[in-house]
Design a protein around this ligand. Structure first.
Ligand code: PMP
Length: 435
């Protein structure tokens, strides 16, 4: 009965590793997948993760019972604090509901399905280009996917004008997917001033921000600096969704641990969000009147958040029932222990710094070889990836002749490079652009 099933193509990103694994060459280099490697090219388990796991093993009172549908309560609370900041008014006012999901991907999918069921706008704008899974996740969640201009191939930087024009002409209330930091695949992020312009434009049009935060701490080495974009939107009191992943920043790739937070409108309605569940608010009242009504409104707001959570449960239950316990327990153990947390920030910074140093090394190696072209974008771009500007033929050539594996759009994972492998990559790039 399945004889008619046609073979599906490999995933464009994960398929790179499949091809790499089949290559017997001793010099082969996998720069396709976004996973951190040491200078020796080895995957790494963070020291703090090992310590947290040891604590969990030693605690004989721990059991393997099911978690609630929304996951580990402590993990959810700590995750919201990590992205929004310890003193976030939104958290204090109970305006945030956070559910544990299957890493970043699962958080995006649950958020997408929730919006498709309960939000009045079904269109989501994603940047062009973006992580290849975004359009598939949101389409299958039931949203209609549109794009906004983001990247300018001629400058290998931001197309900010294009972004403003496209978001400016998006229908009121549309959802907008924003990479919180370290945009994948381009490594190009808005400046703080540009974020502020984006925020003002989006709020003035009632566009609903959906942040994808897959690299907090990984871009700059600072957890707070990498959360700034999200916190700017959170600070205005408007509505917002956030998908968090602990794959990269805690190296918990295979544990599939992440969180979806949904922030509802603040109690004085100053956020002027997308108007979602707006009937719960007294928007037409003046600020003074709102202040008089503040107690009742805090309750109302908290009530909206808890109703949102009740609906998230209906999305999750038939999808995977409840999330796994181990990864979330590791994260919670680290986030709640001052010593482990501090040690984590040091390990995280070391990973970020190694990636940044690889950028400089690759740039220098191309320079030394006299490689034609301006390669300064390699040191300017942010995060795990460099969007090299190499075209698909050049990529195919590098794979064929130099056994260098990367996605066909010319994206390379800087985390997969080491001092030892930089010269080989520079040779390959030189050969590709001069042939
Ligand atoms: N969003 C972006 C932008 C990503 O780059 C990734 C990982 N490559 C993810 C989400 C999801 O990753 P995960 O599901 O492993 O957390």
């Amino acid at each position: 009965v399945f004889a008619h099933v046609v073979r599906a193509p490999e995933d464009p990103i994960l398929g790179v590793t499949v091809a790499y694994n089949k290559d017997p060459s001793p010099v082969k280099l996998n720069l396709g997948v976004g996973a951190y490697r040491t200078e020796e090219g080895k995957p790494v388990v963070l020291n703090v993760v090992r310590q947290a796991e040891q604590q969990l093993v030693n605690d004989r009172s721990r059991v393997k019972e099911y978690l609630p549908i929304v996951g580990l309560a402590e993990f959810n609370k700590l995750s919201a604090k990590l992205i929004l900041g310890a003193d976030s008014p939104a958290i204090q006012e109970n305006r945030v509901t956070t559910v544990q999901c299957l890493s970043g991907t699962g958080s995006l999918r649950v958020g997408g399905e929730f919006l498709a069921r309960h939000y009045h706008q079904r269109t989501i704008y994603i940047p062009l280009p973006t992580w290849g899974n975004h359009p598939k996740v949101f389409t299958l969640a039931g949203l209609s996917v549109n794009t906004y201009r983001y990247y300018d191939p001629t400058t290998r930087g931001m197309n900010f004008q294009g972004l403003l024009e496209d978001l400016g002409s998006a229908p009121s209330g549309a959802i907008v997917l924003l990479h919180a930091c370290a945009h994948n695949p381009t490594g190009v992020d808005p400046t703080i001033q540009q974020w502020e312009q984006i925020r003002q434009l989006m709020r003035s049009k009632g566009l609903l921000p959906f942040f994808d935060s897959a690299y907090q701490g990984f871009a700059s080495g600072s957890l707070d600096a990498d959360a700034q974009s999200v916190r700017m939107f959170a600070a205005d009191g408007g509505e917002c969704l956030i998908a968090q992943s602990y794959a990269k920043n805690m190296g918990l790739y295979g544990e599939r641990v992440g969180a979806l937070s949904i922030m509802v409108l603040d109690n004085v309605g100053k956020g002027k969000g997308g108007g979602w569940l707006k009937d719960q608010f007294f928007d037409s009242h003046s600020h003074m009147e709102c202040c008089c009504l503040v107690t009742i409104k805090v309750c109302k707001t908290a009530d909206v958040a808890s109703r949102v959570e009740s609906q998230l449960k209906l999305v999750i239950r038939p999808m995977y029932s409840n999330p796994p316990i181990h990864g979330a327990s590791i994260v919670a153990t680290i986030l709640k222990d001052r010593n482990l947390y501090d040690e984590w920030t040091i390990e995280l910074k070391a990973m970020a710094d190694r990636i940044i140093s690889m950028r400089q090394k690759l740039f220098d190696a191309l320079h030394v070889r006299g490689t034609p072209g301006d390669w300064s974008h390699i040191v300017k771009q942010i995060g795990m990836f460099t969007f090299t500007g190499l075209n698909s033929e050049q990529v195919a050539f590098m794979t064929r002749e130099y056994h260098v594996y990367m996605t066909s759009d010319g994206r390379i994972s800087m985390a997969g490079l080491s001092s030892r492998t930089v010269p080989h990559l520079a040779d390959a790039i030189y050969a590709a652009v001069t042939r």
